[in-house]
Unconditional design. Structure first.
Length: 84
């Protein structure tokens, strides 16, 4: 069972390290798109999730609601990983 909070921590660390500028204060509640999250960022994140959790997120799950923040993204990915 994947814990959404643990996944949130992993995703946030990845985004801070690999996607967003170090000068940008990204939190679990930051609006990802407003912070500059784009299609290339999405692909990088999807590959990270697949490599680390063995899950390729279906296109139908990639919605504005899912990508609203790291928290909403982690909750959806955890639900998928937990078979929900």
């Amino acid at each position: 069972m994947v814990n959404p909070t643990d996944l949130e921590t992993q995703l946030l660390a990845f985004l801070k390290r690999e996607v967003f500028s170090a000068q940008l204060d990204v939190t679990a509640d930051t609006d990802l798109v407003a912070a500059g999250f784009d299609s290339l960022s999405l692909v990088r994140l999807l590959v990270f999730i697949e490599k680390n959790h063995g899950l390729w997120i279906p296109e139908s799950e990639i919605t504005p609601e899912t990508l609203q923040s790291v928290r909403t993204l982690a909750a959806r990915v955890a639900a998928l990983l937990n078979g929900q």
